[in-house]
Design a protein around this ligand. Structure first.
Ligand code: ZN
Length: 172
């Protein structure tokens, strides 16, 4: 990618100067066992034997091609984006540690009340778990922003501006 493309991609997401780009992509999947217990002719309860959640954070650092021949700028950019990557991993690990108890609570809350059909019992459980997981990942996004803001401290941004004799600022 060119410096111009990276600057456009970072616009609104990163205070200037932009020397590179970190992109973190969260992927996850939930599998819920669909065992349903029938309590009465029209009363059904979900009784999942397991709920499994798989997730991963893909992290990528992009350095503009203009920096290829400038080891100082390339290192300056890479070191900075690596700090965002570390912040993201920290937020992800924190979220992961919260997920099992959030899912457990959602399973408890949504296997107590009976539904009028097997389908509804499973839908209720699925929705409860999805909501719980979404909430944890929303909190993760908030923490990500907070950690990113801490990375982009005034001193750090000044360093990006003035590092390598300020060459990044001169590049158009
Ligand atoms: Zn930054």
């Amino acid at each position: 990618m060119s410096l111009q493309q990276l600057r456009e991609a970072a616009e609104g997401h990163h205070p200037g100067p932009v020397l590179g780009l970190y992109v973190g992509t969260l992927r996850y999947g939930i599998e819920i066992d669909d065992t349903i217990r029938q309590l009465a002719p029209d009363r059904f309860c979900a009784t999942p034997k397991y709920v499994s959640l798989t997730g991963q954070l893909d992290r990528a650092i992009h350095i503009p091609r203009e920096f290829v021949d400038d080891p100082c700028l390339a290192a300056l950019a890479r070191d900075h984006e690596a700090k965002h990557a570390v912040a993201d991993a920290t937020a992800f690990e924190h979220a992961r540690s919260l997920l099992s108890s959030a899912i457990r609570a959602a399973v408890r809350a949504n296997t107590i009340a009976a539904s009028d059909s097997r389908l509804n019992a499973l839908a209720l459980l699925t929705k409860g778990i999805q909501t719980a997981v979404d909430q944890v990942f929303d909190e993760m996004t908030t923490e990500r922003r907070r950690l990113d803001a801490a990375v982009d401290s005034p001193a750090e941004l000044e360093q990006l501006k003035t590092g390598c004799e300020g060459r990044a600022a001169l590049m158009q």
